[in-house]
Design a protein around this ligand. Structure first.
Ligand code: BGC
Length: 748
């Protein structure tokens, strides 16, 4: 054990010293003209390409799994992480050290240290705050850099088409504009640290059940107006160095050998200059994948049937199936991203992490992203003067829950609990971030704070009956590789909440979960706070929200259905995960029909069908309330701009998220989020704001011309507290037009 640690340390150190000296010599060497920083990334990539041997090119277009696996030792120079491409020292190219994922550095490094976890991607999305997304990206990018990584597999973006999808917590909700803007800024943040970000999983990886074979069936126009739009927006804002193609098939063709997705949409229509890497175990061919646009095979020796991008691809080049020019294009794209993001000019260096500073970034994200769903008779905020509080369930004495799978972040000092519920193996274990709500609550309250773990329901109810207030923590562990078959709260916690609420009407429920669950006890409890997976400082953040030290300001980034019957597909055949007692019913389907809702994902589906969910997209309470007035809509320089007054009409300071929705001519009740603002207002304060609509939201995608075309007609605008509650209407007559990222122009 000791020897192993020392050896690992030497490797790490050697690697760091090697990289630093490599950078120094590279900068000076006249024979390395690509180190001239006045050249563009494209020019620099071209110069390296010219100097490369065929073997060096073939080494760059595949990564190895960076961990020991199945008796195979960890590759020398790797950092015990998801992916590793060795350095090409002769040319001054550093190794590509790839780490998961979007919430932080996922695996402990060689010295066994963990990292800082952001809350769920859904919390960041719920903040509706691009600056906060940027700060989170910069924090995890900075930690990646100081752990020696230069590629982060961060940028999860598949739209939420089903609340039961096990990976929703890694993504950014159901709306393409919100998800695209939030993830685009997170990508910018990661790359501000000279670490390549990877938007994923391209595309339509919206379910985990049968994910290696499931075909997402969708009309291309609908795909462009939903999931692809989210990617288009995020890529346009963040310029990620890499895009990861998904496991699933799209319209029967594997995403990683899908010419339509990779060549036509991503590289041709969007002119994406970076590289496409595969997901781990998503490659099924050499020539076919390469000709469809895949640039790098990830960890093929551990996850694919064979390493396709070595011998089989060399054979395909030799036979003329794959032109050499395409191999050069793949290499050029990888090099271009390395130059563009700065991984060659500013190599990552191992160093210590500032957990205190980084934890406060995670805390801010949770404080801004937790959503207050219910607050009867102003039960919240709580007073520190309460005589007694019962804290019940959810391991609130130990910490806060994280989601599982490749994105799970090991806390710096390890898991907060040794008493691990199953599964012990991947996608487990369940991590609890050591930020216990119980301790944070106890620090606030002068009176008695008592804990009951919730397993004995009668005892928990009795404690609640003798307390002024009961706070019940409800948890639902969810992870990569499986979906929940239903929306029911697990482990008899519904009965726990019902019993506690019966014993004490001043019951507050805090949810630590993947997202929407049915809540049969909703009408009996006083308050509900959706805390998602709350991240490294979750306990502190939740407590500050409960006591009003910070105003709740999160807004739901998805609709919250009452139950499964309201969903486009009430069943997910084969969903479940036996180790946690979710017995799969039936076999996974071969395909999933996303044409049912098409581009009308989430709230648009509910509006189209006239169904009322339990909570609407964009909904969230505060400890004050806001009013809108004087909505005006104008057309300025090819863009639609709404201006209005927003007032804090309550007695407490707060943060509001006014949302602008547009109804296109002829689209009935279906509205689209066109833009929003996030604003802090003092009690009684009024401010004048403007929201500019994203031009593409006013248009429809035309699959023949590949353009965003706007119809002539009457556009209805509504200012919303959510996607179903409005205060302010206006409309504008627009001519037919063609729209792009920045503006629309009139068509003759
Ligand atoms: C996941 C990816 C992840 C990769 C590497 C896969 O199982 O789908 O999101 O980046 O593993 O760990």
């Amino acid at each position: 054990m000791n020897l192993r640690c020392r050896l690992d340390h030497c490797l790490t150190l050697a690697c760091a010293i090697g990289m630093a000296s490599m950078a120094a010599t590279a900068a000076q060497a006249p024979e390395r003209p690509w180190m001239n920083t006045s050249l563009s990334p494209d020019q620099r990539a071209e110069l390296v390409l010219k100097a490369m041997t065929q073997d060096e090119k073939f080494r760059l277009i595949r990564s190895d799994f960076g961990e020991a696996n199945n008796g195979r030792p960890m590759p020398v120079g790797a950092l015990n992480s998801a992916g590793y491409v060795p350095a090409i020292s002769r040319l001054g190219l550093p190794a590509l050290q790839e780490s998961d994922a979007g919430l932080g550095i996922a695996r402990p490094d060689l010295n066994g240290k963990g990292a800082t976890s952001l809350p769920s991607g859904l919390a960041t999305a719920a903040s509706f705050d691009p600056q906060l997304a940027y700060a989170g990206g910069a924090m995890i990018g900075g930690e990646a850099r100081r752990r020696g990584f230069n590629v982060l597999l961060a940028g999860g973006l598949d739209l939420e088409r089903d609340p039961r999808n096990g990976r929703n917590f890694e993504y950014a909700g159901e709306d393409p504009l919100l998800a695209g803007i939030i993830v685009g800024h997170a990508v910018q943040g990661v790359q501000s640290q000279q670490v390549i970000a990877t938007v994923k999983h391209f595309a339509l990886n919206a379910l985990e059940t049968g994910r290696h074979t499931l075909s997402a069936q969708i009309d291309p126009k609908a795909a462009h107006e939903s999931d692809l739009l989210a990617f288009e927006i995020a890529i346009g804002i963040g310029h990620p160095g890499a895009v990861m193609c998904a496991y699933n098939r799209v319209n029967a063709v594997y995403a990683c050998e899908n010419d339509w997705l990779l060549n036509q949409v991503l590289k041709h229509d969007w002119a994406y200059p970076g590289f496409v890497m595969s997901d781990w175990g998503a490659v099924y061919s050499a020539g076919k994948a390469v000709l469809a646009g895949l640039d790098q095979e990830s960890a093929g020796e551990s996850f694919d049937q064979t390493v396709y991008f070595d011998k089989p691809l060399r054979a395909a080049v030799a036979s003329g199936e794959v032109p050499q020019a395409r191999i050069d294009d793949m290499v050029r794209r990888i090099l271009r991203s390395m130059f563009a993001v700065g991984v060659i000019d500013h190599p990552s260096k191992q160093g210590s992490l500032d957990y205190a500073a980084d934890g406060s970034v995670a805390q801010r994200a949770e404080e801004a992203g937790a959503v207050l769903l219910r607050n009867e008779d102003d039960l919240l905020p709580l007073s520190p003067r309460l005589a007694s509080i019962a804290v019940i369930g959810g391991h609130a004495d130990l910490g806060v829950l994280s989601g599982g799978g490749s994105s799970a972040v090991t806390p710096p000092d390890g898991n907060a609990t040794n008493e691990l519920p199953p599964p012990q193996e991947w996608p487990g274990p369940r991590f609890y971030q050591p930020s216990p709500p119980l301790a944070a609550i106890s620090r606030r309250v002068h009176g008695k704070v008592q804990y009951n773990d919730g397993r004995d329901i009668a005892a928990a109810a009795q404690l609640a009956a003798h307390s002024d207030v009961a706070v019940v923590f409800v948890e639902q562990w969810s992870a990569e590789s499986f979906d929940w078959p239903h929306m029911t709260v697990p482990d008899n916690q519904d009965a726990l909440v019902a019993a506690v609420a019966k014993a004490n009407p001043h019951t507050i429920v805090v949810l630590e979960n993947n997202g929407p669950l049915s809540m049969p006890w909703l009408g009996q409890v006083g308050a509900v706070l959706e805390a998602w997976y709350p991240g490294a400082r979750g306990g502190e953040a939740i407590t500050r929200l409960l006591f009003g030290e910070v105003a709740p300001s999160g807004r739901l980034p998805m609709s919250w259905p009452r139950d499964e019957s309201q969903l486009p597909r009430p069943q997910i055949p084969g969903a479940g995960f036996t180790p946690i007692g979710l017995m799969p019913q039936g076999q996974p389907a071969d395909s999933v029909d996303y044409n049912i809702e098409g581009a009308d994902v989430g709230y648009r589906w509910f509006q189209r069908r006239g169904i009322e969910p339990l909570f609407a997209f964009g909904y969230g309470l505060s400890y004050t309330h806001f009013g809108y007035d004087k909505l005006q809509v104008q057309w300025k320089s090819g863009r639609l701009v709404a201006s209005f007054d927003v007032s804090n009409q309550g007695k407490r300071d707060g943060v509001d998220v006014p949302q602008l929705y547009v109804t296109l001519p002829g689209s009935g009740q279906v509205r689209r989020l066109a833009g929003w603002s996030r604003i802090a207002l003092k009690a009684g304060e009024t401010r004048h704001l403007e929201i500019t609509a994203d031009p593409r939201i006013l248009a429809n995608y035309d699959a023949t011309t590949h353009l965003w075309l706007r119809s002539a007609g009457h556009y209805q605008l509504q200012l919303g507290h959510s996607s179903s509650s409005f205060e302010g209407n206006s409309s504008i007559e627009l001519q037919a037009g063609q729209c792009a990222t920045n503006a629309c122009r009139m068509l003759p």
